[in-house]
Design a protein around this ligand. Structure first.
Ligand SMILES: O=c1ccn([C@@H]2O[C@H](COP(=O)(O)O)[C@@H](O)[C@H]2O)c(=O)[nH]1
Length: 236
């Protein structure tokens, strides 16, 4: 896949339809893609997605269930012609294969399936609480290999694993990367972060950025500044 001209994905994290429409209008020209997540989808469904934009979106539903149920979920959202759709790698190889099989019904324009490896909000300690004693990087790599073998088109990982993954999986699989914080930005509930430039230099294809853009006094200006910095090779 060719690298996007603007690698920023703006996370439209709100359940307020008017706010989502406003951010979409403000950010459309300054980012490469808009992402709508579970909270928005639960509040407004497919009609809400269509009301926010007529462009293909990144549908971040993080599906995680038995294979038959996830396949049904994938089929149900195909009419939206999303560009990308997420599912949890932790659902296992059969679940991912079932999702891929379901997505194929949409033909070549099907959504790219991205497997979420280890959430960027999990530190090594928080991951250990879930029963995984390995480091986040080791668990990301284990899940990444399984997910790509099972039919995922790409991965969601933290910026701290991007260089390691690129070295292990090569240039082809999409790496879509949240946990992005420009210098000085509030980290909030994220645990494994890097700056936009660090993540791109490590080999990310797309950067998912929410609050550093939508929480700014001027969201369009914030997105444009990050995009310009990336385009000119700045240091943030
Ligand atoms: O591991 C993951 C997977 C998904 N996300 C999503 O990305 C954005 C990040 O928003 P920020 O405000 O920039 O923290 C958000 O929609 C998450 O649901 C993630 O952060 N980590």
């Amino acid at each position: 896949m060719t690298k996007p001209a603007n690698p920023i994905i703006a996370a439209i994290d709100t359940t307020d339809l008017a706010t989502a429409k406003q951010w979409s209008a403000q950010l459309g020209d300054h980012v490469g893609l808009l992402k709508l997540g579970l909270a928005f989808y639960l509040a407004h469904g497919q009609s809400g997605v269509r009301a926010v934009t007529d462009r293909p979106v990144f549908l971040d539903l993080k599906l995680h269930d038995i294979p038959n149920t996830v396949a049904g979920g994938v089929k149900a959202v195909l009419p939206l012609s999303a560009a990308m759709l997420t599912l949890h790698a932790g659902g296992g190889s059969a679940m991912i294969a079932a999702a891929r099989n379901a997505a194929e019904a949409a033909g070549p324009a099907r959504p790219k399936l991205l497997a979420v490896t280890v959430l960027t909000s999990l530190s090594a300690e928080a991951l250990a609480e879930t029963g995984v004693a390995d480091s986040p990087a080791a668990q990301v790599l284990r899940l990444a290999r399984m997910a790509l073998k099972s039919g995922a088109d790409g991965l969601v990982c933290s910026p701290q694993e991007v260089a390691m993954l690129r070295a292990e999986i090569g240039p082809e699989p999409l790496l879509v990367v949240p946990g992005i914080r420009p210098l000085g930005a509030d980290i909030g509930d994220q645990a494994r972060t890097l700056t936009p430039r660090e993540a791109m230099s490590a080999g990310a294809d797309w950067l998912v950025i929410g609050r550093p853009i939508t929480g700014a006094a001027d969201p369009a200006g914030a997105a444009a500044a990050i995009a310009a910095d990336l385009a000119t090779g700045g240091s943030s």
